[in-house]
Design a protein around this ligand. Structure first.
Ligand code: FES
Length: 150
């Protein structure tokens, strides 16, 4: 990853305002940002390791480990909660066999929280591999589970 970081900084600039774009580029390239790459990022942008680590851990969209083959992002915000989100969350966790915030041991699916998808009136909602899925109930969950298993 050192080579990628060096080449990226050479094409852009080695200034602290480049931290977010560089982290996005690393995640796009590798699929996640390994903790072992933090010192190289910090050195390239003249930041402390704590600065870089703090940004990576603050933003939920930065991954610190590879995602599963499928990614389900379940909305946990207020409107979806008010529309039965807690029961759906329990059903999704049970059905997909993975706790929220984790990747299943077989690597088939990651289940992640997200906080509002802008579809509040038709919740509870999720993103399945980037595609919005609304009004999640047991029938919709059956379709999601089948898609994940395929
Ligand atoms: S609260 Fe779930 S989409 Fe807005």
């Amino acid at each position: 990853m050192d080579e990628f970081i060096g080449a990226w900084v050479a094409r852009h600039s080695a200034t602290r305002d480049q931290l977010l774009p560089l982290l996005h580029a690393i995640q796009k390239e590798a699929g996640y940002i390994d903790d072992a790459w933090v010192p190289s990022v910090a050195k390239a942008l003249n930041l402390s390791r704590a600065d870089v680590h703090g940004v990576i851990t603050f933003y939920h969209d930065y991954r610190r480990a590879p995602a599963g083959r499928h990614v389900v992002k379940l909305c946990r915000a207020e409107s979806c909660q008010a529309r039965g989100g807690a029961a759906i969350e329990a059903a999704v966790v049970r059905r997909l066999g993975v706790p929220l915030g984790q990747t299943r041991a077989d690597g088939q699916v990651s289940l992640e929280p997200v906080y509002c998808l802008g579809l509040c009136a038709i919740g509870p909602n999720a993103l399945v591999d980037g595609r919005p899925v609304a009004r999640i109930d047991n029938a919709v969950l059956d379709r999601i589970a089948a898609e994940i298993a395929a």
